[in-house]
Design a protein. Structure first.
Length: 138
């Protein structure tokens, strides 16, 4: 049975309300995960940056760290050498204490998806011109 088949406006409203509760908490959870990811990247960038500035670490040590992290958890992704250096850049760009204090004070609802991430899957359709030059599949 489909919700449109019910023809009971109250029941449809109830279902929509439950759906909105699910969506609100899902969005809040995603925002919290994103905030924690930013904090993680910033702290890793801070640590590596300090090690490099103190001349304790060089490029080879950062490569070894990436390899170590991969061995510790092969399923964990995003902590390769290039991303570790991106975290250093992130930290060094936003290392002012004032910035990090402002970020910590932001309301979790202020973290939003980019406009392109909000496009529904059916709206994100490949243009026909993208198929030009590709062999057809029999």
């Amino acid at each position: 049975m489909n919700i449109q088949d019910l023809n009971i406006p109250t029941l449809q409203q109830d279902f929509a309300h439950v759906d909105s509760i699910i969506q609100a908490h899902t969005n809040a959870a995603i925002a919290k995960v994103n905030a924690e990811a930013l904090q993680t990247y910033w702290e890793i960038g801070e640590y590596i940056s300090q090690q490099i500035k103190n001349a304790a670490w060089g490029d080879h040590v950062v490569s070894e760290l990436a390899d170590y992290l991969k061995r510790q958890n092969p399923k964990r992704r995003g902590y390769g050498k290039r991303n570790l250096y991106n975290m250093v850049c992130f930290y060094e760009t936003y290392s002012a204490k004032q910035i990090t204090q402002v970020v910590k004070q932001l309301d979790i609802n202020e973290f939003v998806q980019s406009q392109t991430a909000q496009i529904a899957p059916m709206e994100n359709v490949q243009l026909p011109t993208a198929q030009l030059g590709k062999p057809s599949i029999p």
